[in-house]
Design a protein around this ligand. Structure first.
Ligand SMILES: Nc1nc2c(ncn2[C@@H]2O[C@H](COP(=O)(O)OP(=O)(O)OP(=O)(O)O)[C@@H](O)[C@H]2O)c(=O)[nH]1
Ligand SMILES: [Mg+2]
Length: 359
């Protein structure tokens, strides 16, 4: 899963990229309209993995991961559909967005709109994406008209897609993001080649100064749900991420912080993507794997190895909560809480799986 960190110039994207990834890229330079991209793979913090690891003492512990891309340079033409081709291309390739919105006041850091106004900034970027999508949908509609004349044999599928495009267009003209439409998997597949921006999930991250301001007071629009917003202190978080484990623990204790906001952002952005985790356990490795919500046991097996899907017989399934409650796998089995499931079983978040297979 790849998430693009985006936002207006000087909103703190690179600062928050550093906070999420533990990197130490220079901030404050200003990309000056140039495309400027950094990438890092980040483990998703998960207390369940920590517990499993303490239970099995494996040689290796592997967390689920997300990839963050700090995508700088979204300034020229913003709000006018004027993003450059290469930049648009980068944006189209990520699976979702982390939109960094500036809340912090600092007269040494210029704001492209001069004043601090989070709601306005969100609307500028949303407006840009709505416009890009509208252009893409209109272009596709033109193409479909052509095809109707050129390919009479395909008229059925052309008609279906034309109806879908009409729905998309109506939504965009009402200035609403496409992600709200709740398209079916088939419909999503149909439009997947068009790089539609507002179809991708988006997390709003409000970058505050010394005092945290709750998201609800910063954004009153309807295009984003409160569940997909979070406030943090970018600079403090970036500093925490530079500390080693021991110093970090001391720092958090001193300030009475349960966990860094960066960890919550990582988990939120993982959840936002419509994926969840199942686990495999053993002496060699305790590992979290990502699976789309609704994925089946055989799909989970295939995520581990294609052979496991090909030769799938049964999955031994234990709910994480049962293992956590009963303390070890033997007790789980004795209590009759381990199940054998077939290929079509819908894997639940936190399931511990052992695949029985034969190839
Ligand atoms: N006071 C304060 N300054 C911040 C905070 N976050 C970032 N800054 C400063 O704001 C400036 C811009 O931060 P960057 O992280 O470089 O912003 P950016 O969005 O990556 O900027 P571009 O890539 O140029 O668009 C830097 O000087 C940061 O030190 C914050 O939470 N508080
Ligand atoms: Mg930057």
């Amino acid at each position: 899963m790849r998430l693009g960190i985006i936002g207006l110039p000087q909103s703190g994207k690179t600062t928050i990229f550093n906070a999420l990834t533990g990197q130490n890229l220079e901030t404050g330079f200003g990309s000056g309209g140039q495309m400027d991209i950094h990438t890092a793979v980040v483990p998703v913090p998960d207390a369940r993995v920590d517990f499993l690891s303490s239970l099995y003492h494996p040689k290796k512990t592997t967390y689920a991961t997300v990839t963050y891309k700090d995508i700088g340079g979204l300034d020229t033409g913003m709000g006018e559909g004027g993003l450059s081709g290469p930049l648009r291309n980068e944006l189209q390739q990520v699976d979702g967005f982390v939109h960094v919105v500036r809340v912090f006041e600092d007269e040494n850091v210029p704001h492209p709109q001069e004043t601090i106004d989070p709601q306005r900034d969100i609307e500028i970027l949303d407006g840009e994406f709505l416009l890009l999508d509208l252009i893409a949908v209109e272009r596709r509609q033109e193409k479909l008209k052509d095809e109707w004349n050129k390919k009479p044999d395909n008229r059925r599928s052309i008609e279906q897609e034309t109806a879908l495009m009409e729905r998309l267009r109506a939504q965009l003209e009402a200035e609403r993001p496409l992600r709200e439409l709740g398209l079916t998997p088939d419909e999503i597949k149909l439009v997947s080649g068009y790089g539609l921006m507002t179809l991708k999930p988006m997390l709003l991250v409000f970058n505050c100064s010394e005092t945290l301001v709750p998201p609800e007071t910063l954004y009153a629009g309807e295009a984003h749900s409160p569940a997909h917003m979070i406030s943090l202190q970018g600079q403090v978080e970036a500093e925490i991420a530079q500390l080693d484990a021991e110093d970090r623990a001391l720092f958090l204790e001193e300030y009475g912080i349960q966990e860094p906001s960066a960890s919550r952002v990582i988990r939120l952005s993982y959840d936002l993507m419509g994926i969840h985790s199942f686990f495999t356990v053993g002496e060699d490795e305790v590992r979290a794997w990502s699976l789309p919500v609704g994925g089946s046991a055989v799909e989970a097996a295939g995520t581990i190895h294609t052979d496991l899907a090909r030769g799938f017989i049964r999955a031994e399934v234990t709910a994480y909560a049962d293992l956590h409650e009963l303390g070890d796998m033997k007790a789980v089995k004795t209590a009759g809480r381990q199940r054998l499931e077939g290929k079509t079983y819908v894997v639940q978040d936190g399931d511990i799986l052992t695949i029985r297979f034969n190839v």
